[in-house]
Design a protein around this ligand. Structure first.
Ligand code: UT7
Length: 344
């Protein structure tokens, strides 16, 4: 039969992808500052060695009664104010931490309770120093998938509570602090564009805390052997970082369909100023394009990227429309990179 045919049903319009943007930042560091000279009175080290080998001059150290959640709550509250949100508007809290208050419950749940974020789900994410960048990527995915509208990612660390203060190879590096980011749906041109996550569990021995888990629960023997302290093969980790981080940055820039020249700032994990310099050299980039805050904070593990973001936004380096790459590596061995355009 011929005659007028019904108009074809229009193909369903593809659902608009809701891009996620960082809508607020907050930082808290404990007031006590420990200098390299202070350390040289505690272990066999010197200001000259620490500055030359790491770039660190000072770090903040938590008071005896401060745990990760205390620092995290303070940073999260500041991030909520910055975002103009109430705690009750959060749908999810991700706490990126290697130094949780306790094995369980999750530090994210302790933060949820103290914020009064009654609607929010909460979990901890452990990818050592990469945890915050992993967390931002997970938060963006949750928002883009419609699982959550507002997600708080808190990097909160009190490494000073876990290190052996007689081990000069590690204790001079660490600092305590917390940084938080609230992510929500992007309203303008800002937002997360691309992500890379990676791990090589075979290299896990380079940085680990063997005691106190289910493999080696605390015992007199564990304490006697000092297995309750973190141990690190710094040289190997250094080399691995310099190999992996440039590739992760290049790959996330490619996935974002940007060129490296278009990236205004790289906001890296702050493990060692010499690592930043080596990564910059390897990528043919001026080291000035890498935000560096290690001088004043030391290595704050998963707090180092949000603290650096907050610093660089605060002093006007990062402005709306800037293209950024967050990049981190750490124990596991893990790494992550996230390309985002700054702005809500
Ligand atoms: O957050 C992610 C995980 N961490 C990292 O990514 C850290 C990566 N690694 C590093 O940053 C560096 O390897 C360190 C800062 C840890 C060490 O610097 P290095 O230039 O690799 O030094 P080294 O381990 O090769 O040690 C050189 C010397 C050694 O003495 P000898 O054997 O040459 O006599 C160490 O015993 O420096 C000695 N040393 C120190 N001397 C003064 C180690 N720590 C200290 C210290 N003060 N604090």
């Amino acid at each position: 039969m011929h005659g007028p045919q019904p108009a074809p049903t229009p193909a369903a319009a593809p659902a608009a992808v809701c891009r996620a943007a960082i809508r607020g930042l907050g930082v808290y560091v404990p007031p006590r500052v420990l200098t390299n000279d202070d350390l040289s009175r505690m272990v066999d080290t010197s200001d000259a060695w620490i500055v030359e080998r790491t770039g660190i001059r000072t770090r903040h150290i938590a008071s005896p009664d401060q745990a990760a959640s205390d620092l995290g709550v303070a940073a999260a509250r500041a991030a909520l104010v910055d975002a103009g949100l109430e705690a009750g508007e959060l749908d999810l809290i991700i706490c990126a931490t290697t130094t949780p208050d306790m094995l369980f419950p999750a530090t994210a749940c302790l933060i949820q309770d103290r914020l009064g974020a009654r609607r929010a789900g909460a979990f901890d994410l452990l990818a050592a120093c990469s945890s915050f960048v992993y967390g931002v990527i997970a938060a963006a995915q949750a928002i883009e998938a419609g699982v959550a509208r507002h997600v708080m990612v808190v990097g909160a660390e009190v490494l000073s509570k876990l290190v052996d203060w007689t081990d000069r190879s590690l204790c001079v590096l660490v600092g305590d602090g917390a940084g938080a980011a609230v992510l929500g749906p992007a309203e303008g041109g800002g937002g997360v564009r691309a992500a890379v996550v990676g791990a090589d569990g075979g290299a896990g021995d380079m940085l680990k805390l063997p005691g106190g888990g289910s493999r080696m629960p605390y015992s007199d023997e564990v304490l006697r052997q000092g297995l309750h302290y973190p141990r690190m093969d710094g040289r190997t980790l250094f080399r691995l970082a310099v190999r992996v981080v440039p590739d992760a940055i290049a790959e996330v820039v490619r996935r974002a369909e940007w060129s490296l020249d278009q990236v205004r700032w790289i906001v890296p994990h702050q493990a060692n100023q010499r690592i930043l310099e080596a990564v910059a050299r390897q990528m043919g980039l001026p080291v000035e394009r890498f935000v560096s805050t290690i001088e004043h904070y030391g290595n704050t593990s998963s707090a180092s990227v949000p603290i650096s973001l907050w610093e660089a936004r605060g002093d006007g380096r990062i402005a709306d429309g800037d293209r950024l790459v967050l990049a981190a590596f750490g124990g596991g061995f893990t790494w992550a990179a996230c390309a985002l355009t700054w702005g809500r």
